[in-house]
Design a binder for this molecule. Structure first.
Ligand code: SF4
Length: 465
């Protein structure tokens, strides 16, 4: 599911919103995240200053993206890495599958990586007869269930510990328990065997430092470190926007990333990968492949308004705070990236399959306020809607179905609004017609194009003046 072409966001969100148990789990988990984040921000007075610095660095990095990627590639190669640039998901998949085939790889351990979800790597590996196991606990759980992550940093946010206990007992044939310590121990035992026997590790990249050719991977479980050091071959996959200019820039991101993601001062592990194992090193892979993925990012870069979306450090805070995401969860979006930032980037990565998502927002601005790099997400969502309504989507993005309806509706409103006497007459007539049905100034049901509004909430009755 990079994005499912047959998925209807509006239908899926209606179903999700009716699932009270799902809403309870989401409210609880996202609420806990927000409390931790608020506490951590309050005890770190420089947080806002660090946000400004991080944003400036991202601004510079995206403005100089070409040069920085060339510098990064040269430094990585000088460090002994092999670098491959993939313009789309198919190219990225086939590079990894072919590499695994040529090297005779049968088992792969994967560190957490939304980019591998984006390119739908697991089904491709499976088709090639390669056993790929997710080693991040949340990812492992959703993989066992045959699901996709429902959050960019908390993949199993939609599940309770009882759900996880049942999943383990069904899929791993172990006695049921809902004790988190026992569940974690079970997963650790299963995964350890995989770490020790896998020939290839695949991880994502949080930051790639152009100056030194260093890949930085932040995580909490140590599975990223194991995936990147134990197997003989490492493939690190990064979106091209992950590059930052200098080593000295990194601390500014580390100050804000964990604080925004989980409310920690720092993640438990910060891994630095410079290249393959050198003589005298105790561990590490003998081959490191770095896959730089475009897959729609250049399209975002070319749009001077949207470009800001490439500053995202994938902390997940905008999902946790979004009133839409908190009620429906990630699966309802039908795309790898959900929530406010997902609604901006997914149509650019996955085309028309995700075209409804820019409309999945109330534009309340909470995402902009919490974003550690101050991305003005509501502005970007409005820009995406504007593009859709004008049919200005990029070639891959066909917005026609939704756009045509919206265009004709807006055209009718514009014709009405440009004749004030007609507008007044319509409002007066509407107020008279609505009066018998109004209760305390609101209508429980309205017909026609506004019917979907009253499915979920009341509509203010027209007052006629
Ligand atoms: S847009 Fe901002 S808040 Fe949302 S995931 Fe990206 S960095 Fe975090």
């Amino acid at each position: 599911m990079a994005a499912n072409a047959h998925h209807d966001f509006f239908k899926a969100s209606q179903t999700a919103i009716g699932d009270l148990e799902l809403r309870r789990k989401l409210e609880m988990a996202t609420g806990r995240h927000l409390d931790h984040v608020a506490a951590m921000r309050a005890e770190f007075p420089s947080f806002d200053a660090e946000r400004d610095i991080a944003r400036q660095i991202k601004q510079e990095a995206i403005a100089r993206l070409d040069d920085l990627l060339i510098e990064l590639k040269e430094k990585l190669e000088a460090n002994g890495c092999k670098v491959f640039v993939a313009s789309d998901a198919a190219m990225a998949r086939s590079y990894i599958v072919e590499l695994a085939r040529v090297r005779g790889v049968k088992k792969v351990v994967k560190g957490k990586s939304m980019t591998t979800e984006e390119i739908e790597l697991n089904p491709a590996l499976e088709e090639a007869g390669i056993d790929a196991v997710e080693t991040d606990l949340g990812e492992y759980i959703v993989q066992l269930r045959g699901e996709k992550p429902s959050h960019i940093i908390t993949p199993a946010i939609h599940l309770s510990k009882e759900d996880i206990g049942k999943t383990f007992s069904d899929r791993l044939s172990v006695p049921y328990t809902a004790q988190p310590e026992q569940l974690t121990a079970l997963a650790r035992e299963r995964l350890r065997a995989m770490f020790l026997t896998a020939e290839m590790g695949i991880t994502g990249v949080n930051f790639a430092i152009a100056e030194t050719g260093t890949l930085v991977l932040v995580e909490n479980e140590g599975n990223g470190r194991m995936s990147s050091t134990l197997p003989e071959i490492l493939v690190a996959i990064m979106g091209i926007e992950k590059v930052i200019p200098r080593l000295d820039d990194l601390p500014h991101f580390l100050e804000i990333l964990a604080r925004s993601a989980t409310g920690q001062k720092l993640t438990c592990y910060t891994n630095f990968i410079n290249g393959p194992r050198r003589d005298g090193d105790l561990d590490g892979p003998s081959e490191v492949h770095v896959l730089m993925l475009d897959n729609g990012r250049s399209r975002i870069l070319a749009d001077t308004v949207l470009r800001e979306a490439l500053y995202c450090v994938r902390c997940g805070a905008c999902l946790n705070v979004c009133p839409v995401y908190r009620r429906i969860g990630g699966h309802a979006y039908g795309a790898t990236y959900s929530g406010p930032i997902g609604a901006v980037i997914s149509p650019n990565f996955f085309g028309s399959a995700a075209a409804q998502l820019p409309f999945a927002s109330t534009l309340c601005g909470a995402c902009r306020d919490i974003c550690p790099v101050k991305i003005n997400i509501p502005r970007l969502l409005l820009h995406m809607r504007w593009k859709e309504n004008l049919g200005l989507g990029a070639p891959q993005v066909t917005f026609s179905r939704h756009g045509a309806k919206a265009r004709s509706g807006i055209g009718r409103i514009a014709r009405l609004a440009s004749r004030p006497w007609l507008m007044r007459l319509m409002l007066k007539a509407g107020a008279v017609l609505a009066r018998p049905f109004a209760r305390e100034g609101y209508l429980k049901w309205v017909p026609g194009p506004f019917a979907s509004w009253t499915r979920e909430r009341d509509f203010p009755a027209l007052r006629g003046h």
